[in-house]
Design a protein around this ligand. Structure first.
Ligand code: ADP
Ligand code: MG
Length: 363
């Protein structure tokens, strides 16, 4: 196992990158702590696979270095990095049995036969293929083949890190949960450094201790699920995570208040004067409906009952706003305002969160 350091890392697929736009991966400095389980979350094309392939050595970064436990491995081939990587689509040997496929990474390293048999049996059970170990991989479904690929990634106990690149894409939905649970158990039992790439927030938030959120080639936030929920560092994190995501309003900031659509909205603290494009972010959980009085004028469009709570879709001066109400909470019949719980408000300048000045709002 190893700590993985990315030192001034950046990557462009172009031979002569000229501007930031030419970089699939913008400059990044980060330590992946030894033994931690990370999810790498972001929408398609944001650079997740590029980053993973740089860590595994499939891709040489155009700028910066990769270190394992302080050792520069930037030019070391994949084989020397001692990493297991599982891809989105199955990579299996069709003519071999499931058992031989699973044994392959161990045999390759000259492990004794009885030890191989023990590990293969165990992993066969983890991926739910104990009964099929002696079948040839040829003719198995894509789903089964992907389980073999996962098993091959899980079979070695001595790896520096385990990298998974959207490994459950072709897996049947109810099996996804089961396999994710097995991966978590594997992490718990062996404490490997794990990086799990996904574009699915539920997968990311249930798998990882720390979630690394990427947007447009940039790591925009690294945090626990709670930190991502309570203090999104970038408006993208706010609306990508949560369902529905954070509401974002253009606003003027005046110390301890914001002004939205000409209505004064109290903030939880005093904020510095920002000269850029100011916004406030409020998750639907912190939006209340009111009738008359204070608040931003809004019109209820529709109400969706999603079981544990209700989602109220509103229109505020042409902008769609979402509010969630706890189960059983009534929607006021004449609701025509939205009011924000100050504790749930974050302030943004040019899409990046800014911290309050440290002074609390006077009562
Ligand atoms: P993700 O895995 O998050 O979907 P990728 O890392 O695959 O994103 O891609 C990031 C960006 O780099 C995309 O704009 C993609 O088109 C581009 N890209 C990926 N691979 C290559 C390549 N081999 N050559 C050129 N551009 C690439
Ligand atoms: Mg990818």
């Amino acid at each position: 196992m190893a700590k993985i350091t990315l030192d001034n890392l950046a990557h462009s697929y172009l031979p002569k990158p000229e501007s930031e736009d030419d970089f699939a991966l913008k400059e990044l400095n980060h330590d992946w702590q030894d033994g931690e389980a990370y999810a790498l979350l972001g929408s398609s094309g944001c650079g997740k696979s590029t980053l993973l392939n740089i860590i595994s050595g499939l891709l040489r970064p155009s700028h910066g270095r990769v270190l394992f436990d302080g050792q520069d491995v930037t030019d070391a081939p994949t084989a020397e990095r001692n990493i297991a990587q599982v891809f989105q689509f199955p990579v299996v040997y069709d003519t071999m049995t499931v058992r031989a496929n699973l044994a392959f990474p161990l045999k390759n390293r000259g492990m004794p036969a009885d030890e191989i048999a023990r590990r293969v049996q165990k992993v066969g059970a983890m991926i739910g293929m104990e009964a099929e170990l002696d079948r040839k991989a040829r003719g198995l479904t894509a789903d089964a083949k992907q389980k073999i690929s996962l098993g091959r990634g899980m079979v070695r106990e001595d790896v520096n890190a385990l990298l998974f690149d959207e490994p459950l894409t072709v897996i049947d939905p109810h099996m996804k949960w089961e396999l994710r649970t097995q991966l978590k158990k594997l992490h718990h039992d062996f404490g490997h450094t794990m990086i799990y790439v996904t574009h699915d927030q539920t997968e990311a938030l249930t798998f990882a201790d720390k979630v690394v959120v990427m947007y447009d080639g940039r790591v925009v936030q690294i945090g626990t699920p709670q930190e991502l929920f309570e203090r999104p560092a970038h408006t993208f994190v706010g609306y990508f995570i949560g369902s529905p995501g954070m509401n974002v309003f253009d606003a003027d900031i005046e110390g301890n208040a914001a002004r939205i659509n000409n209505v004064r909205v109290p903030l939880p603290a005093v904020y510095p004067f920002g000269s850029g494009h100011m916004q406030i972010g409020v998750r639907p959980e912190f939006v209340r409906l009111a009738e008359g009085g204070e608040g931003v004028p809004a019109r209820v469009l529709r109400i969706e009952d999603v079981g544990r709570h209700k989602i109220v879709r509103l229109d505020a001066a042409g902008q769609e706003v979402n509010a969630t109400l706890p189960e059983g909470a009534p929607v006021p019949a004449g609701a025509d305002r939205i009011v924000f719980d100050p504790a749930g408000i974050n302030v943004y300048e040019n899409a990046w969160r800014i911290a309050p000045e440290g002074r609390r709002e006077a009562a």
